[in-house]
Design a protein around this ligand. Structure first.
Ligand SMILES: CC(C)(COP(=O)(O)OP(=O)(O)OC[C@H]1O[C@@H](n2cnc3c(N)ncnc32)[C@H](O)[C@@H]1OP(=O)(O)O)[C@@H](O)C(=O)NCCC(=O)NCCS
Length: 315
């Protein structure tokens, strides 16, 4: 246990320290030159190339935007400090989703600086997250741990399984593109109110609220690097997002909410049709095992991975 650690909410002045924490996990900085990957110094990478190593935490430019979003949208970034130096960060979201989690908190990321691990800092951050969640009257706290961190969370008391998740890649090569005239396509919901009562299907490694709130945040650096499409389909009671992979614009991740679970088979068909029409050749889904077995396994696919989402009941 490390006694000199203090935990507090992050402020914008912490950005440089937070970036140092996340960058400490990166062994090699690389960029593509003439189709080949070459190792370079951090300083030689553009902001987008830094992002490609792990998201907004890789550069002060993008981390400042990210932290601004968390703070202005009333979420809960926490930092751990030793002698005023940031040595760890945890980002907690508090929201609601229908079903098992109810009013919940979600630990989206947690990182302790490589030189300060195994000194109790991660545990202190999780304990603070649980304390805040209780104060905010959350029924549950949940996390999608990196497979190597599952035992860490179990030691911190977040040990029940909320969802067993399958990461699946659907092959769209023989799928049919959707005729845009065949269904009414409207704007994706700007407010969470219309998604509150929906069942969240994918990506099941996040919660409905967290997937929605992060989809509202815009990072300029993503603009040139990914393909993005979002819509709601009122006749089916469906909201969806297709977001291409960073380095592979032929494949898209699917975000999916359905109002009526009965419409799920049709929702999947329509998502496949839209993805195909937009030129994607594969669709990636992170779905519960149950949804996989019932609705997805029949399509031509490959299982990429299995994950656990852990949770703990707080009241
Ligand atoms: C996972 C991580 C946050 C843990 O932080 P930490 O400060 O090193 O952890 P702590 O020292 O507070 O450990 C608390 C307990 O968990 C154990 N533990 C820590 N990391 C562990 C791991 N990877 N696997 C199993 N147990 C682990 C510790 O031994 C300790 O057990 P004890 O109470 O019996 O002594 C840190 O290793 C990290 O930043 N890893 C890289 C990023 C990551 O995986 N983040 C989590 C993804 S959501």
């Amino acid at each position: 246990m490390c006694n000199s650690v203090s935990i507090r909410f992050a402020v914008l002045d912490d950005v440089k320290g937070i970036v140092d924490v996340y960058c400490s996990s990166i062994d090699r900085w690389v960029k593509r030159v003439n189709g080949r990957e070459v190792e370079v110094r951090y300083e030689d990478l553009s902001v987008a190339e830094r992002w490609a190593h792990g998201g907004p935490w890789m550069s002060v430019e993008t981390c400042a935007i990210h932290l601004n979003y968390l703070l202005t949208w009333n979420q809960y970034p926490l930092v751990a400090l030793i002698d005023n130096r940031v040595v760890g960060e945890l980002e907690l979201y508090i929201g609601y989703e229908e079903g098992l989690l109810g009013t919940h908190s979600f630990i989206d990321v947690l990182e302790v600086h490589r030189d300060f691990r195994r000194r109790g800092i991660g545990r202190r951050l999780v304990e603070k997250a649980i304390e805040i969640s209780r104060e905010r009257e959350c029924e549950t706290i949940a996390v999608w741990p990196d497979p190597e961190a599952v035992d860490f969370y179990k030691k911190c008391g977040i040990s029940d399984i909320a969802f067993r998740v399958k990461h699946v890649k659907l092959d769209l090569s023989s799928a049919k593109g959707l005729d845009p005239e065949s269904i009414r396509i409207e704007k994706f919901p700007e407010s969470y109110d219309s998604l509150r009562s929906c069942t969240f299907i994918a990506p099941r490694i996040e919660t409905s609220f967290v997937a929605w709130i992060k989809s509202r945040w815009d990072y300029a650096v993503e603009k040139g690097s990914i393909e993005y499409f979002e819509a709601s389909l009122p006749e089916l009671g469906v909201a969806l997002i297709l977001e291409s992979l960073w380095l592979n614009r032929g494949e898209a991740n699917l975000y999916l909410w359905v109002k009526y679970v009965d419409s799920l088979p049709q929702a999947v068909e329509v998502a496949i049709g839209i993805a195909k029409r937009r030129g994607f050749n594969a669709l990636r889904l992170l779905i519960s095992e149950d949804v996989y077995r019932r609705y997805i396994a029949k399509y031509r696919h490959e299982v990429l991975n299995d994950y656990l989402v852990l949770f703990r009941r707080l009241r």
